[in-house]
Design a protein around this ligand. Sequence first.
Ligand code: HAM
Length: 434
Amino acid sequence: MTALPGFFDIVPYAEQEQWRSAYLWQYVEGIARHVARLYGCEEIRTPLLEREEVFARNVGEGSDIVAKEMYTFIDRGDRRLALRPEGTAAVMRAFIEHHFGQRGSLHKLFYISPMFRYERSQAGRYRQHHQFGVEAIGSPSPLQDAEIIDMLWSFFRLLDLSNLTLHLNCLGGDADRTSYREALVNYLTRYRTDLSADSQRRLDANPLRILDSKEKSDQEILEGAPELGDFLGTAESHHFEEVQTLLRSIGIPYNINQRLVRGLDYYNGTVFEITSSALGSQNSIGGGGRYDGMLKKMGGPDLPAFGFGTGLERVLQVIVAQGVTPPRPPGPLLYLIPLGEEALKRCFAILHSLREKGIPVQMDLGGRKLNKAMQQANSLKAYYTAVIGDDEIARGSVSLKHMSSGSLQQSSFEEIEGILQKAADHTLGVCSHE
Ligand code: HAM
């Protein structure tokens, strides 16, 4: 049996697809938590399952996510449920349910969670993916937009990602978008039959999404289409200018991309996406924007909000493609190989007391032959190994083998701890962000 299409395991050994290595996930998640602390975000964990309406009403009935991609089912209590396809609506539901608004008007929340979308599976597009997401609630200021964009940019910088492009756009307010939509539909209707089948469907349901189309025929038609930027009100234009000034002031380069509309319906004002040239067609490694009306529409306080979500699978694939993977964390400081019953019991007690001191150690529990046990110590990347038999117990001392040099060091049982503590200092600093 295998995992479902579009689903995958994160495993200790993943030579073929290195991005699925558990230690790389821990590394990236460690940096995400570090960045969250730097930018003052509190963690929130919402359930995998929600009422379907949480997403259907708030992500948008016309969005692909809701129209085609949600995993929905009816549970034994006749409730219509959905596996969480994205984090924002779920976090807003929790925000309202727990009256966070009463604790003050500024909140920055982050999550690292799996999301589920029934998409056509292909490289970089999965039916279960994981997002590091942030939702900053309460500030209408362009500073908030710039801070959250800077936060995602810093996350990628700390991971050493290069060749990234930040795409920025402003979707304006409701009125701006309504008049733009009208102008766009008027223009595109003239070319209706030349548009791709998908775009023809979208012309009625969600015309702005046509701007996103990758089809060549659509792109040619879009060359002459009206531009969203020409429909923005003064306040919206000013806000967007401010965001750009702030990004320039901290040295973050960006491209204005008037075609960037994002696939979820809740956005207004600034939207952004970051792409990587190390990936194929699914090259968006993160995106987000402002969604000021959402909380109120869901029955909560009238607070503005800005956030992002970044797909960790794609981030890990970029890390591997660019060769900026960190080393594997160190193995046990000591691997004990007991020979005989008496030694087995003695080793078990030594193991326990070293672990109580916080020292990572292992022993051969399988009663294997010496060379097999040594092979195991090697593959675990043990720092020292020690073979303990009747002689060693009688003498009260062991010979510690330093695995990378092969050198031997005599040590009494009592001295082992001190030697291992010193070795620990050598192997520290590997995962300094954790
Ligand atoms: P999104 O653009 O749908 O936004 O997803 C965010 C990121 O998740 C994408 O940029 C991509 O890296 C990753 N992603 C999405 N779908 C898949 C997939 N099927 N397989 C692999 N990776 C994927 C949101 O979900 C918004 N909730 C972001 C947000 C938060 N906006 C405001 N706050």
